[in-house]
Design a protein around this ligand. Structure first.
Ligand code: ZN
Length: 207
């Protein structure tokens, strides 16, 4: 699993891992955002909370995770999950039942300044869930999604107030996980170029 604060590059690294190792990857956030778009009861409930910068409640997240594990029983990578100790403990129990123990937790470490800069350049495709950076994947917010050609928009949770709350939630709820995972967790400095960060991750996964 991949942990890290907002805009630490989790989505990008998850995609690289999927391409290189063929491990199916998902982000509980992306699934919930898609459900919100489709206006499912689960999605609407999550949207109300997430748009204010809060974390999706544990029961919603665990529903998404269990459904995903059913569909991908062999190998899997979660990007940005778990976010709380409760989720981590529940996840360990589920994995134990499935006899698929956690191989590795990678935490991406990045400074608050980097987070703010990256966040201001970040847009999302509501159609396929692709997250793009201005000046990198596309040159202007009017450009189409490089993945599916759909229109891009600002994520509803990418504004200063919501970011502040997400950072606080990250420090308060997610950072304690680092201790919980102990030596199952490795921290990777993620303020560097995408390729350099991925080279470190590649070495860790290849073991
Ligand atoms: Zn798209």
């Amino acid at each position: 699993m991949l942990l890290g604060p907002p805009a630490s590059g989790k989505g990008t690294q998850a995609e690289l891992i999927q391409n290189r190792f063929g491990i199916p990857t998902t982000s509980t956030g992306a699934i919930l955002r898609r459900q919100a778009k489709e206006k499912t009861p689960l999605g609407l409930e999550a949207e109300k909370i997430i748009s204010k910068g809060g974390l999706a409640p544990d029961n919603l997240v665990m529903q998404v995770v269990e459904a995903w594990l059913e569909a991908h029983p062999a190998a899997f990578l979660f990007d940005g999950f778990p976010r709380t100790i409760e989720q981590a403990k529940e996840f360990d129990q589920i994995l134990q039942q499935r006899e698929t123990p956690l191989d590795l937790a990678i935490a991406l470490a990045v400074s608050v300044d980097t987070i703010r800069t990256r966040m201001s350049q970040r847009f999302v495709c509501p159609n396929c869930g692709k997250v793009v950076s201005m000046g990198k994947h596309v040159q202007s917010p009017q450009d189409p999604c490089p993945n599916c050609g759909g229109p891009l928009e600002k994520r509803s949770d990418d504004n200063n107030e919501a970011l502040q709350r997400r950072l606080e939630a990250y420090w308060e709820k997610t950072v304690p996980l680092y201790k919980y995972y102990g030596n199952r967790l490795v921290e990777v400095e993620a303020g560097r170029d995408v390729e350099v960060v991925f080279a470190d991750i590649e070495r860790l996964i290849a073991g």
